[in-house]
Ligand binder design. Structure first.
Ligand code: 5AD
Ligand code: SF4
Length: 472
């Protein structure tokens, strides 16, 4: 095992839980029920982190609210991947002046990737005095200790030390839903794609031990969860830091062996590490969803090289074909960045060509956003925002057309779907997902939430399918 692997052991988490108990005594004094609000930006990993923050807050006696004027504690869990998300966070944090004026004892915490960047932590220190506590992803495991410092010392606390990161087991979790669950299998990223801030703020790849993951998956199945998503920035390199002979495919098999009717999903996969063994495993494991989110980022070999992605478009296309040869019904989704520094008309046409060739079921498209400290931030970027927007709009058109065409192919056919929630609408009151993760709107009894049902697809558009529940 990697000697540098840093583990926050269970005793350290127990010590945090004792702090939770102390805070409980203090904040529930006189039988009062204090309230907390946790607001999450960004990716699924952040959603999973917020479930830990809520877990700790619940142990401290807090109930939950969405109303900042009611909250005694507000935690904003931030994202740093693009500037737009940071601007939204700063705007919303600034607006909390009003709630704090109303409730001067209110504690406001900002955590997550954005504040792990030192210039952002500084900005909050200087320009947002309303914020009492700032902590990065590496300090999340000791949130109770940090919160207690704010409560007892009445001083602002900043905990954003740079770190390669650790693995912490045993943090209490309060999950959002009853049907779908996030399960983090690893943290951090080693890839250093030239545009991406993630490796700088989330540290190096650290895998959780297979036995800890399988135990958590078994608990989820026993609690009735039907849709488990294994999370990591690059799940395909799971286990490489452990040297324990279990790779990502082996992990899928171990979870597939847990008795029960449930689905295994995962994200995100890096094309440089997706192997034939993975596709074989996905095809062989009956609980593994036939969906892969495989971000291509660009179809231009020149751009892929400067992005430091370590594959070319031909390799990507071969992988998609190989994966579909094992699973003809495989849903492939992707991420694409438009307007990477120096991306020319020709580079962009290569991306369009790749999309027409692979025919993604859905694409998540982003305009390049400059991130301080990444190599791409100092690359020449002569094209205007308007040029980039034009490309972005054109790519969206291609993406929407292909998604609509792919969805059309579902019409008239029957599929097993998992009903995952109510929509609040009359006509189609239930939402569900196919095995491949496509959204299906249905009409039916709300008691079906959490159950697998068979549906016939009757209509579709770019974004969703519409179906009728079949009897028997
Ligand atoms: N600008 C735009 N998009 C980015 N992504 C990551 N970094 C940036 C950036 N600097 C996109 C990538 C990644 C997704 C999560 O966000 O497409 O796959
Ligand atoms: Fe960022 Fe690349 Fe790591 Fe994904 S694989 S988190 S894009 S550095």
């Amino acid at each position: 095992m990697n000697k540098e692997r840093k583990v926050i052991d269970i005793q350290q988490i127990k010590a945090q839980e004792q702090i939770c108990a102390r805070i409980f005594e203090q904040v529930t004094d006189g039988g009062r029920r204090p309230l907390a609000m946790v607001d999450t930006y960004g990716c699924q990993q952040n959603e999973a982190d917020s479930e830990k923050i809520r877990g700790y807050l619940a142990e401290m006696g807090y109930g939950f609210t969405q109303d900042e004027f009611q909250a005694d504690v507000i935690v904003i869990n931030t994202c740093a991947v693009r500037e737009h998300a940071e601007m939204r966070v700063l705007g919303n944090v600034g607006a909390l002046n009003h709630s704090k004026k109303n409730k001067p004892q209110q504690i406001i915490a900002v955590c997550g990737c954005m504040v792990q960047q030192q210039h952002m932590a500084e900005k909050i220190k200087k320009s947002y005095p309303v914020v009492d506590l700032v902590f990065g992803p590496h300090e999340l495991w000791r949130f109770p200790e940090l919160l207690e410092q704010v409560m007892t010392r009445h001083k602002r606390v900043f905990a954003t030390e740079n770190s390669n990161g650790a693995v912490a087991e045993g943090i209490p979790l309060r999950r959002d839903g009853k049907v779908k669950a996030w399960l983090s299998i690893m943290y951090g990223c080693n890839n250093f794609c030239s545009y991406c801030i993630v490796p700088y703020v989330r540290g190096r790849e650290r895998s959780r031990l297979p036995e800890d993951i399988v135990r958590e998956a078994r608990e989820l199945v026993e609690q009735g969860y039907k849709d488990i998503t294994l999370l990591g920035q690059n799940v395909n390199s799971y286990g490489k830091d452990l040297d324990c002979g279990v790779d990502f495919s082996d992990l899928i098999r171990m979870i597939n062996d847990i008795p029960g009717d449930f689905l295994i999903r995962f994200m995100t996969s890096h094309p440089k590490d997706a192997t034939e063994k993975l596709f074989q495993t996905m095809a062989a494991c009956e609980k593994c969803a036939h969906h892969i989110h495989l971000p291509v980022q660009s179809g231009s070999d020149r751009i892929l090289k400067v992005m430091n992605r370590n594959y070319d478009s031909a390799k990507y296309i071969r992988q998609a074909e190989l994966a579909r040869s094992y699973m003809p019904d495989l849903v492939i989704t992707t991420d694409i960045i438009v307007g990477f520094p120096g991306e020319t008309e020709e580079d962009f046409e290569d991306t369009i060509r790749l999309c027409e060739k692979v025919r993604f079921d859905a694409m998540f498209t982003f305009i390049y956003s400059k991130r301080v400290g990444t190599p791409a931030a100092s690359m020449p970027d002569p094209y205007t925002r308007e040029d980039k927007q034009k490309h972005f709009d054109r790519l969206m058109e291609v993406s929407n057309r292909i998604s609509a065409e792919k969805h059309k192919e579902y019409e008239g056919k029957s599929f097993r779907v998992l009903v995952d929630g109510e929509t609040g609408k009359d006509e189609y009151n239930l939402s569900s997902r196919t095995n491949g993760g496509r959204l299906v709107h249905l009409k039916g009894d709300p008691a079906l939430v959490g159950q697998f049902v068979k549906v016939k697809i009757t209509a579709s558009n770019t974004w969703a399918l519409y179906g009728e529940i079949e009897n028997g």
